[in-house]
Write a protein that binds this ligand. Structure first.
Ligand code: FES
Length: 173
């Protein structure tokens, strides 16, 4: 075996040992609990826009829950898309791809939410990935923000269903 192969093999063994060690000390539920706390919005009610701020088939990015601390508010786990679908329906999702946590975005020209990293594509009506590596996972749905619209057309985020970075399916874990 060449030196290069030996060193590659040793590198892979080190990574595998680290991953198994992590799993041993951090049961799966602990990881989910961590993700939930990092992206937790509880039931905070926060105005994010007015219905007239957004034309149909468009989107805006918002921070939720906003803290006022610029460092905390930069956290991708606080970044969400508010999408107005062509028929006027409002939807809001976490921007964190459930594959490996790149940030997704809505592409009006293709009417879909896309991840630039490995090509996962999500349905903007449901948040469910239907193409790419995210679609092959059991948890394939972007966490969704619950929205309310008042009589003035002000749109409020009132909570998140799911675990940021892990998916809407993890809502009950
Ligand atoms: S991180 Fe989005 S497809 Fe891999």
């Amino acid at each position: 075996m060449t030196e290069e192969r030996k060193s590659r093999r040793s590198f892979i063994q080190t990574i595998l040992a680290a991953v198994s060690g992590l799993l041993a000390i951090s049961p799966f539920s602990e990881i989910v609990r961590y993700l939930r706390s990092r992206g937790s919005a509880g039931s905070i009610r926060q105005k994010i826009a007015n219905i007239n701020d957004l034309p149909p088939n468009n989107r805006l990015v918002f921070t939720y829950p906003i803290t006022g601390d610029p460092e905390k508010d930069k956290d991708p786990f606080r970044k969400f898309l508010l999408i107005k679908l062509p028929d006027g329906t409002l939807k809001a999702y976490s921007m964190v791809c459930v594959h490996l946590w790149c940030l997704v975005d809505y592409k009006p020209e293709r009417l879909q939410i896309e991840c630039p990293c490995h090509g996962s594509i999500y349905d903007p009506e449901t948040g469910v990935a239907f193409k790419g590596p995210a679609a092959a996972q059991p948890n394939k749905t972007l966490p969704e923000v619950k929205l309310e619209v008042d009589e003035n057309g002000d749109i409020y985020a009132v909570g998140v269903v799911g675990v940021i970075g892990y998916g809407k399916e993890a809502a009950g874990s």
